[in-house]
Design a protein around this ligand. Sequence first.
Ligand SMILES: [Zn+2]
Length: 294
Amino acid sequence: MFKKVIAGFIAALSILFLVACGANKNTNHPSEKPVVTVTTSFLYDMVDQLAGDYVKRELIIPAGEDPHLYVAKAGDLKKLQEADLVLYHGLHFEGKMVDALEQGGVAVSKDFKKSDIGTMDEDGESVVDPHFWFDITPYKSAVQVASEELQKLIPDKQSAISKNTKDYLAELDRLDAWNKEQLAAVPQNSRYLVTPHDAFNYFARAYGFTLYAPQGVSTDSEVANSDMIETVNLIIEHNIKAIFTESTTNPERMEKLQEAVAAKGSQVEVVTGEGKELFSDSLADTSAFSIFHI
Ligand SMILES: [Zn+2]
């Protein structure tokens, strides 16, 4: 019953959204800044970098909430209806809002190469992995798409947005170089990353890490006991010293892994808590940004 109600709500949302987007481009707020509604904290930041002075931004999924599981609320409908532009990730990242978003929004992943988005599961099947922000190449493609859409939305600010885009892409390149420099300090045989859900394939590919995650690329699935046991064995086998929690998932699973490792006579640290956990599916709240400022 509950599922049916949700499905009905999403269907209604899709239709209203379609009508709104078809009818209201640039006509809602003739004397105000155009409204850009985005799904995630990543895109909220991206739009700020590119056109922060020229648009009003609306965010659907708050920082720290899990986008895989997020279900649109009534207030989100208003944000979608009133938007002059809607930007979302795609690749089924916003798994519960796909229908509504596909009908009127622009997916920033639309220009990705097929070879950039696939990952293999343990059965050798190719699965679409949405966590592209850990690899600068697809992230830059997403920035270009957002930039083009913003330039179309505000043609008289085209040259300013274009300059912001150039500056931002250069900053991303500097950040990537800084990442490589920092990660070079980690010895090759220690480059293992154990996380709750499988969000770091792009990171692993870009920076040469091996990953283990008891849960798949979405958090929308149960964790099999066999996957937990396998991860415990891998932690012991590779003498992994630390495993990580995420800001968007329950830390309990990693504590259970730690207990299971201890039960086999080994030790592993759980890196957790504010400012220490991994920001896999959301940026940090802006109040925490100063800690990470480079
Ligand atoms: Zn995820």
